[in-house]
Design a protein around this ligand. Structure first.
Ligand code: TRP
Ligand code: ZN
Length: 475
């Protein structure tokens, strides 16, 4: 079993029916703002155990309109973010997540608002309190030299400068390094991007390219991501890219941007994207988005790829199994988002199992063979260091147990319930939580419902059991 490079270098020395979103947010936020003397305030986080300050309480962002101008030579970014939001409680004050860059103006509605910064929290006090249910607009003008954040596992995340632009990937925390956000996957929104770069560079974001215009040595790209997206899946990657655009048989708009230095290696893999998405659509149900594509950068200090929505970003030319993995995330991770970072196996276990299935159905090892060779790993191996359903901290969310033992969990589920029920479960999961969020507990219940079996012991052993699961089949 090879461990693809998308994983960080940290572990094992490898490189590596649903509530609607607002209801889910509201539910999580009932413990929100403490009513202070000044009145009700929005909480500084949504209560994520691994990232307590991620996201915010008291509102939901429907739409982000981001206008950016980046100069790779000076690494200067000018930005304006307009957030259209709705208060889920009365608010005299609320937070955004924003790290680094200088703020030059901030308004709520048409009025200037007071603000103060406290680490990643941007604490905004509007001129007058917002009513529960009120729609409001926050405009933040900002600029400076964006820098990535360092994650608990030591990897870089956010706006990561490259020799010709920037590799922009925000999982789990980095969105706040380039725009003010409600930075937790519980809050999903549509996005518009207007990005201006020197005319010899390309700026690639999510969704559909609405247009591009060159004037006075600069090109402005306009992108639209219509379907709901978590902030961490946004990108605005800039570089010298070769661009290819086409429409698939199914009417999907594909936009590929490739660093010329990676083009030879990337071409045969990117060519497979339509057939990979067709194959995944047969297994998982309809592809959730109207746009697709790939961004292949050369970003030697990154060490991973990210499933940025509609258009994954790769730090170098990907191999086919990495393309299969990031494509599978479009269903598992992007369309169906996690509710807490603790549930990360719902992303990584599923995307890894997609790689196994792809190999099995395309002349490679069977999923059973992959499972068996992993299961042969000695009990003191890092693979068994922690259970995938309870990684323990944000430092472990991209660890091998999440990917490999997460996929093993799905394989044991498959062999237990049989192929028909198993693939029904995958499709039902993607359909029931499409454009929303899901929890591990909801997945367990759905698997039991679809299979008609009691799967409590299976999930207990494989998702939560400490150490290597015992027994001949390991279940
Ligand atoms: N989600 C990515 C993938 O598996 C990996 C990833 C994103 C990552 N951010 C990371 C890995 C930070 C290590 C560190 O496709
Ligand atoms: Zn992944």
């Amino acid at each position: 079993m090879t461990h693809p490079r998308r994983r960080a270098t940290t572990l094992l020395g490898r490189r590596a029916v649903a509530a609607t979103v607002p209801v889910a947010v509201a539910a999580l936020l009932t413990a929100a703002g403490p009513a202070t003397a000044a009145g009700p305030t929005g909480a500084s986080g949504v209560g994520d155990p691994y990232f307590p300050l991620a996201g915010n309480g008291g509102y939901h962002v429907a739409h982000y309109d981001l206008t950016l101008r980046y100069d790779p030579a000076t690494r200067h970014l000018d930005g304006e973010a307009v957030l259209t939001a709705r208060a889920t409680q009365r608010l005299t004050r609320f937070d955004l997540d924003f790290h680094g860059l200088k703020i030059t103006a901030l308004t709520v509605g048409h009025a200037k608002a007071d603000y103060r910064r406290d680490g990643q929290e941007l604490v905004v006090t509007p001129e007058r309190a917002l009513r529960k249910g009120e729609e409001f607009r926050v405009t933040v003008a900002y600029n400076g030299t964006p820098a990535p954040v360092t994650d608990p596992d030591g990897s870089l995340d956010g706006w990561i400068p490259t020799d010709d632009g920037a590799f922009v990937a925000g999982e789990p925390q980095g969105a706040m390094t380039w725009f003010p956000a409600d930075n937790h996957p519980l809050d999903k929104s549509s996005y518009d991007f207007t990005i201006t770069v020197p005319a010899d560079r390309t700026a690639v974001a999510n969704g559909v390219l609405l247009g591009q215009r060159t004037a006075k040595g600069r090109t402005t790209f306009r992108w639209r991501q219509s379907e709901p997206m978590a902030a961490y899946l946004a990108t605005a990657t800039v570089g010298k890219f070769q661009v290819k655009q086409y429409t698939t048989r199914d009417g999907l708009k594909v936009y590929d941007a490739v660093d010329p230095r990676e083009a030879t290696a990337a071409a045969p893999v990117l060519k497979q994207l339509p057939s990979v998405l067709e194959w995944e659509s047969r297994l998982f149900g309809p592809y959730p988005f109207r746009a697709a594509g790939s961004i292949v950068d050369r970003a030697p200090n990154v060490g991973y790829a990210l499933e940025t929505q509609t258009r994954p970003v790769y730090d170098r030319a990907p191999d086919l199994s990495t393309l299969v993995h990031e494509s599978a995330h479009q269903w598992f991770g992007d369309s169906v988002s996690l509710t807490s970072w603790k549930d990360i196996w719902l992303n990584e276990g599923f995307a890894t199992y997609a790689e196994w299935l792809y190999a099995e159905q395309h002349g490679g090892d069977s999923a059973q063979q992959t499972f068996d060779s992993l299961y042969a790993t000695p009990a003191d191996d890092g693979l068994w260091e922690f259970p995938p359903g309870d990684p323990g901290s944000g430092a472990n969310i991209f660890g091998t147990p999440v990917y490999a033992r997460g996929a093993m969990t799905l394989h044991v589920l498959r062999t237990t319930v049989g192929d028909r029920a198993f693939f029904r479960v995958l499709r039902a999961w993607a359909a029931a939580h499409r454009y929303g969020n899901g929890t591990t507990a909801q997945f367990e219940r759905l698997a039991e419902r679809e299979s008609g079996q009691d799967l409590g012991a299976l999930f207990q052993t494989w998702l939560y059991g400490r150490g290597k699961p015992g027994g001949p089949s390991g279940s």
